[in-house]
Write a protein that binds this ligand. Sequence first.
Ligand code: 0WK
Ligand code: BGC
Ligand code: BGC
Length: 954
Amino acid sequence: MPNIAREELKPEESEQLLLLPGGHPPLWNHMDSTGPVGLQQREGAPGCSQEGLPCPSDSSELVLACLQQFKVTETQLRQIQASLLCSMEHALGGQASPASSVRMLPTYVGSTPHGTEQGDFVVLELGATGASLRVLWVTLVGNEGHRMEPRSQEFVIPPEVMLGPGQQLFDFAARCLSEFLDAIPMDKKGLQLGFSFSFPCHQTGLDRSTLISWTKGFRCSGVEGHDVVQLLRDAIKRQGAYSIDVVAVVNDTVGTMMGCEPGFGPCEVGLVVDTGTNACYMEEARHVAVLDEDRGRVCVSVEWGSFSDDGVLGPVLTTFDHALDQESLNPGAQRFEKMIGGLYLGELVRLVLAHLAQQGVLFDGCTSSALLTHGSILLEHVAEMEDPLAGAARVHAILQDLGLSVGASDAELVQYVCATVLTRAARLCAAALAAVLSRLRHSRELQMLQIAVATGGRVFERHPSFLSILQETVKLLAPECDVSFIPSVDGGGRGVAMVTAVAARLAAHRRLLEETLAPFRLNHEQLAVVQAQMREAMVKGLRGEASSLRMLPTYVRATPDGTERGDFLALDLGGTNFRVLLVCVTAGGVKITSQVYSIPEYVAQGSGQQLFDHIVDCIVDFQQKQGLSGQSLPLGFTFSFPCRQLGLDQGILLNWTKGFNASDCEGQDVVCLLREAIRRRQAVELNVVAIVNDTVGTMMSCGYEDPRCEVGLIVGTGTNACYMEELRNVAAVAGDSGHMCINMEWGAFGDDGSLDLLRTCFDANVDQASINPGKQSFEKMISGMYLGEIVRHILLHLTSLGVLFRGQQTQRLQTRDIFKTKFLSEIESDSLALRQVRAILEDLGLPLTSDDALMVLEVCQAVSQRAAQLCGAGVAAVVEKIRENRGLEELTVSVGVDGTLYKLHPHFSSLVAATVRKLAPRCVVTFLQSEDGSGKGAALVTAVACRLAQTACV
Ligand code: 0WK
Ligand code: BGC
Ligand code: BGC
């Protein structure tokens, strides 16, 4: 090798040169003052620039000047490392990054392989190795099994396919797939394919990936901006030879990382230097802004090929790099890749050789059309020529094939050029890798990082010096990282199969999830049937015929007209809380003072006497606190259970619901039970004037503000509705004019089996476990007391299928009522990120992954959506009945609503309204959320009764 006189270099430069790692001869040491040994005087030849061949000393200057450009100093490498690291963190933060930045693309690969993956997978590799694609059949045998060698076949991609219409490229790929599979003597049913697509893509799932831009030698039309998995699926369908399920798309760096030999791993960085170059690594998910994750890691494809921060790259870009870029398919793009990728190294060498030949330094100043032809020197040529042993001979052979006559010193100089270009590529790649390693150490808050890097690509395979220079330079730039480089054994095919296995498992889980939730996804037809069945049951119930809807007259004939006045006591029993209220109705409005009291389960399920004595105790306590003791105010009793009312103050309890089961009450007049309890508690005067259902109380309470409010709806612990029916339609009450508020008790809708088509096994589980099996069917599909339990049973089922929580059934999840309905409202709230969903579930002691959290969210959404839609179908039946009762083309009506589920669930109310709009398009329905609960309504009913009683006395 020629050597260059030392005095030419700046002190720090010479110092650095000497430091060149790995014992590789520093480029210039061999250059003596006379320049490369071979640069002696040369005679003219055709195509040669005879005149003014440089004298030996000039030619070494020329060589030095030419190759000097490829020298990247340690300072420059550190600047590139720092700028690349900055660009990585910028892109991770989700800040819009200029095209010249790295892309940091999440790959949806959340864990390195845990070796349990098993099965046969087809892998299609496109783009990693330039003008060829490879198909592999990979058999994964899990931890135990003996490793099976993948079968593979390589297909050369014709240039016109690499530059033609995208459909042609994908059809070509599908044809290669079939040709490969035709030769495989295996069972080819249920084939699952992993697509290794080595180009920058925005992934939105393991099997959804949109191509950002072509790189390397590809530029097919109609693909950028499209989902390449769909394009492949369409091509396979067009090919029609095999039904192949494309379950995962993977960047080649990810395949390389995932294919890391178990004994060495896990590798958490994948580095590819083949035609192109790129790396991926396992980043902390919380640092990837586009993912709303706070736990675990996710593999990020850096796409450092697009790094070209002019500030730091400008100084190292040579005239040859600019020339290469100008003649490339994508000028201005992938500048960093074009200094490292195997597709470009050969071209850089060609450009340098052509330049040196034209300068008369090489080949006697002779060039050849082949030497001047783009792409005539390939990566493998550089590898062969650079080979320290056989290289010189190969130089002669290869360059003679290019029509050049190679002098003795030419060969050495050519090898020099190859080594120079390659060394720079390796050092730049090292700077980039050092940036990734620094990022990893930083994101894991480690002093020292010990890491395994999986390497893949023909530059590694063919240029052994590439790895050693890379290693040395990484040690220089990232001394706090202890890096072991693990060559990938099969170019990442196995790694892609690993990801495919994980994707296949997740896809199978998703299918099982969809199958499980499908019965909860009610379509318009099904909801219209529910509406029609409810309508029919309403009519039958009003006629007193057998119906699951009791349609109980409430003896409330009018909504308030605003003339009500006075102070009233009100009780509100049957919801989440038992409340005692003082309601003062004045011209200026209604003032409410209330106190919440609990009804312990042992009281709710104890004796009736105990329950009503507890109620009177609360009233007395309230009166004392409000200074009302001894006053006998008219009292309105909101009793939220099915009662057959014989009058405003007579209500026979038909059956308990919602977890109440006090004895000796069913079949009794609950007003009497209350009065007896009052009597038992001497010295208490209470005038029970009215008993109302909470739906009626809610309708009245909202009707006080909006006279069009003629429907009351409760969706809380239980569910029910009432509405103002034409008296003529109420068989149980005499009279043909005027209205009567009907308590539908729609909770029992379907108890006659009319909802069985919609009932799922999970509904049956919940019903079986309830204290009133076979009762309140509609309620048990809608209301807050049951939705959490339905979700819990679905989660148990999915866990038993291995879809959730890795199939581990936990004691907690088998505990009744452990999954509160309020969790649905919390989990489904838009403001909650998945991580908070996970926090709720972890509090339940559920060991879950982020996929689990996502699935639990979908289960909650399916259960609450069905509940809201069924509720909407019920309201649609009611408002349509009122519209038809009044023979109106269009009805404008308001619905007073109360209940924790309706009020707190983030989407329930809007889903109900949307369902009503679809099923009752001729009704304009306004939903009024009751602010004061039905206690106020009960007081207003009492006030109306008192007003009517007074006018009756007058
Ligand atoms: C508040 C009403 C009450 C009704 C309750 C229903 O004042 O009468 O029973 O809403 O909602 P829950 O408390 O069952 O969620
Ligand atoms: C692509 C990367 C790929 C790399 C190595 C680059 O051109 O943009 O996605 O990983 O080549 O094949
Ligand atoms: C009761 C109804 C009540 C509803 C809402 C149901 O369980 O049967 O009377 O209106 O819950 O609280």
